[in-house]
Ligand binder design. Sequence first.
Ligand code: 2AM
Length: 175
Amino acid sequence: MATQRLFLALFPSHTIQRRLAEAGRALQAHVGGRCVATPLLHLTLAFLGDTSDDIVPALCDRLAAVSCASFDLTLDQVGVWPQAGIGWMQPTQPPAALWQLHRSIQQQLQALGLPVEQRAFKPHITLLRKAPPSRGPLPPCPAIDWPVTTFQLIASTLTTNGPQYRPLASWPLAS
Ligand code: 2AM
């Protein structure tokens, strides 16, 4: 049975991706690691992993039923998770609507019997991979304001040159 490696994410505009990439280079200058390619920068809402093609239409129907308002996300903090080797940027105060969107997606995935992450949701954008543990305080970074109006279903293909992402569907958040 054919499967695809799927995840749900928020993808920012190219302008915001460029600003995130700048933040990634500034963080890299302090801690090392490898910058995530600019067009791949995103915030993961849920990682589904290998998923049967058979379930994708029902998944899309369920996701179309997700009800959540648009929101503004202020990304204002960078850091490193040393065990994962990830350099990240995140909102210190995620808006209630982001938690609601995440919860609503989890409910829809559960209703379809799809696996859901049991760990607490830590909304972040991965800027660096293979980042060594940071020594000492990190420099403050300019905040990035991101108006979030859609969420997307993405198919990811792993290649020797890194992942390739293909948007399968996109849903608007209520205005
Ligand atoms: P990360 O950036 O925080 O590592 C696509 O693979 C996205 O799904 C990545 O951005 C990754 O988040 C996230 N993800 C969550 N769990 C994952 C897993 N078990 N394997 C791969 N990616 C995962």
